[in-house]
Design a binder for this molecule. Structure first.
Ligand code: ATP
Length: 270
C-alpha cells in the first residue's frame, strides 16, 4: 500500500503540490486528473523520488520512501516504473534491447552497457513484448516505430522491470485515438492481469473515466476530488476544470470500454 502523508513540494516558495494525503491500496488503477499546472506531474515524480518533497512523507508498506538514499533508493525506483509522454526509448537501439533495459536492476549497468544479456533476460523481454503483440518487432530500431508502438514498448520495458507500481505521466498525450486505446488497454492489462498498481496522469476525462478504478482530481496542488469515476459528474468536472471542461471531454471516449471493476473506495474524499 502506498501512503502519502501531507506531502508538499514548493518551487521558489510557491507550492506545486500542497498538503496531499492519499492512500493507494495495492492493485488499484488510479487516474490523476486536473488542469495544466495542477501539480499532477510533480506528485508522480515525488513518488518515484525524481523530486523530493519539501515536507511530508511517502510510505510504501513500512518503508519511508522519502528517507531512502543510495542503493535502497535505486531499488525503490526499480519497484515503481515510470512511463513518460515522450516514451524515453533509446531510438538507435532495437526494440528488444530497449525492453531488456527494464532488467537493469537485475543485471547491473556494466553488463547492460556491454550488451551481455542472459538468455533468461532475452526470454523475459520477448515475453513482455509478446504480451502486447509486439514480439515480431523485436529486431526493429525503436525510432522506426509509431508513437503508439513506442509507448507500448515502454510499457513492456516497465513490465519486465517486475515493479510493484507503474507511474504513467500523460502516457497518451501525444497519441491519436487508436493508439490511445491500445496504450490504455496495455496499462489496464498490466493492472488487471498482473495486479500491478497503476497511477496515471491523464488529460482526457473520458479516458480516465473509462479505464480507472478511482479518480484523484487536483487543483492548485491540492486534492479536490477523490472517488470512483461514476461520481465525477459534469458539474464536478466543470468545478475541476472551469471553462476548459468541454475541451477535455473527448467524444472518442464514448466508445471506450466500461471500467473492468466496480471499485468502492475506502478513503475519505479530501
Ligand atoms: N522544476 C520546476 N521549477 C519550477 N516550477 C515548477 C517546476 N516543476 C513544476 N513547476 C510548477 O509547478 C506547478 C505544477 O506543475 P506540474 O507540471 O506538476 O503540473 P501538471 O498538473 O502536471 O501540469 P501539466 O498537465 O501541464 O503537465 C506549475 O505551476 C509548474 O510551473
Amino acid at each position: 500500500m502506498l501512503r502519502l502523508e501531507d506531502v508538499t513540494k514548493s518551487f521558489g516558495g510557491k507550492p506545486a503540490v500542497d498538503g496531499v494525503s492519499l492512500v493507494v491500496p495495492a492493485g488499484q488503477m488510479v487516474g490523476v486528473i486536473g488542469r495544466s499546472g495542477a501539480g499532477k506531474s510533480t506528485l508522480l515524480r515525488m513518488i518515484n523520488r525524481l523530486g523530493d518533497p519539501t515536507s511530508g512523507r511517502i510510505l510504501f508498506g513500512d518503508t519511508d520512501v522519502t528517507a531512502l538514499r543510495g542503493r535502497p533508493l535505486r531499488a525503490w525506483r526499480a519497484r515503481c516504473a515510470m512511463i513518460f509522454q515522450q516514451f524515453n526509448l533509446a531510438g538507435r537501439l532495437d526494440v528488444l534491447t530497449n525492453v531488456m533495459m527494464g532488467r537493469l536492476s537485475y543485471v547491473g549497468t556494466l553488463s547492460a552497457l556491454l550488451n551481455l544479456w542472459s538468455e533468461h533476460d532475452r526470454a523475459v523481454a520477448l515475453s513482455g513484448l509478446d504480451q502486447f503483440d509486439m514480439a515480431s518487432l523485436a529486431a526493429q530500431r525503436a525510432d522506426t516505430l509509431s508513437g503508439g508502438q513506442q509507448q507500448r514498448v515502454a510499457i513492456a520495458r516497465a513490465l519486465v522491470q517486475e515493479p510493484d507500481m507503474i507511474l504513467a505521466d500523460e502516457p497518451i498525450a501525444s497519441l491519436d485515438p487508436r493508439n490511445t486505446r491500445m496504450v490504455m488497454d496495455a496499462l489496464q492489462r498490466i493492472n488487471k492481469q498482473f495486479g500491478i498498481t497503476v497511477i496515471c496522469n491523464l488529460h482526457s476525462l473520458d479516458t480516465a473515466r473509462a479505464y480507472c478504478d478511482r479518480l484523484v482530481g487536483m487543483a492548485q496542488g491540492r486534492v479536490v476530488f477523490d472517488d470512483v469515476p461514476q461520481a465525477l459528474t459534469d458539474e464536478v468536472a466543470r468545478g475541476l476544470y472551469g471553462l476548459d471542461a468541454g475541451e477535455i471531454m473527448d467524444t472518442a471516449g464514448t466508445a471506450l470500454p466500461a471500467p473492468a471493476t466496480a471499485y468502492r473506495p475506502s478513503f475519505a474524499v479530501a
